[in-house]
Design a protein around this ligand. Structure first.
Ligand SMILES: *[C@@H]1O[C@H](CO)[C@@H](O)[C@H](O)[C@H]1NC(C)=O
Ligand SMILES: *[C@@H]1O[C@H](CO)[C@@H](O)[C@H](O)[C@H]1NC(C)=O
Ligand SMILES: [Zn+2]
Length: 306
């Protein structure tokens, strides 16, 4: 904060007791009294707990878990119409159909509730999770809850009640036609609380083909916005979704409630606090090297007898 002490401290003192709203670091300034990520624990104490998200995934420290098999999706191919909304922190789309995910060592079947994204400034770094310190330009979160719950607030009381599938984006030289309706829709929801109908979309259309979803990371974490509830089983996929520069920049044309560009909508990475990040058998370069060595070993008859 570059501002005169008097101009800065006085409002802080005056507002320290009021329930100021939370905001991202890009929104913190002298004249906005919102609480940035380092103050979120004052908005909700859970934000200061010890299994928070997002995290940086250090691939060399991940643990191979053979139970992280491919997922089974249902309803992901169904075409639906929905409302996409600028909720003041992101763009969010509710999922009005039954779409579920199971397998991949999830305890039970989870149904999709909504999806939203986190991004940077004009296509710059903006993902929430990072891989070996690399921040991707954007991250998609498809939020699911255990099928037996009817309300997200009930699922959030269960330490594994919510499953979020996270996908990174990477900048590509050609545009991703499957995203055209979505990115065009952004034009109609520039202002906070703006909404528009997103027509003829399917979840499959937004994510990589199933064959490219076998490489992923798993850990126990939280929601990445206040209340930061520690009820999330995280799955972060390794293969990113391609979007061109123009498509990525379209997200920064949305506006926060004060009319400033909606950019930098990510929470900084949180301490891992000894949590183990598991990887599916095909995730990470380190893993493929092991597999290659194992198959060379096998070819030379070096494998252990069973
Ligand atoms: C969408 O906006 C209209 C007003 O433009 C409002 O009446 C409606 O409730 C909004 N829908 C949602 C889902 O926010
Ligand atoms: C699938 O993954 C491969 C290898 O990472 C990549 O080259 C290819 O572009 C991916 N396909 C899609 C549609 O994402
Ligand atoms: Zn999110």
């Amino acid at each position: 904060m570059r501002c005169l002490l008097s101009a800065c401290l006085l409002p802080l003192i005056l507002h320290s007791c009021t329930g100021a709203d939370w905001c991202y670091q890009t929104q913190v300034s002298c004249d906005s009294h919102c609480k940035g990520p380092d103050q979120w624990s004052k908005v909700n104490a859970d934000c200061g707990k010890n299994r928070q998200s997002p995290i940086n995934i250090v691939t060399k420290k991940t643990k191979l878990d053979e139970r992280l098999t491919p997922f089974k999706f249902t309803g992901y191919q169904s075409i639906f119409d929905s409302t996409m909304k600028n909720n003041g922190h992101s763009v969010q789309v509710s999922i009005p159909i039954t779409a579920t995910v199971s397998g991949g060592n999830l305890e039970e079947t989870y149904k999709a509730v909504q999806f939203h994204l986190h991004w940077g400034t004009d296509g710059g770094p903006g993902s929430e999770h990072t891989i070996d310190g690399e921040q991707y330009p954007m991250e998609l979160h498809i939020v699911h809850m255990k099928q037996r719950y009817n309300r997200l607030e009930d699922a959030l009381k269960d330490p594994s009640g919510v499953a979020v599938l996270g996908f990174f984006y990477e900048e590509s030289s050609t545009s991703n036609r499957k995203y055209d309706l979505f990115t065009h829709g952004l034009r109609s929801i520039q202002n906070t609380n703006g909404n528009t109908t997103l027509r003829k979309v399917s979840l499959n259309q937004l994510i990589p083909p199933e064959s490219n979803m076998t490489n992923y990371y798993r850990y126990d974490g939280s929601l990445t916005t206040p209340g930061c509830t520690e009820a999330v089983v995280w799955t972060v996929f390794e293969n990113p979704i391609p979007l061109d520069g123009e498509q990525l920049r379209a997200f920064s044309t949305l506006k926060f409630h004060d009319g400033k560009p909606m950019a930098g909508t990510f929470r900084p990475v949180q301490p891992r606090n000894g949590r183990v990040v598991y990887r599916s058998s095909s995730a990470a370069i380190a893993a493929s090297t092991v597999l290659i060595l194992a198959s060379i070993g096998a070819a030379f008859g070096l494998s252990r007898p069973n």
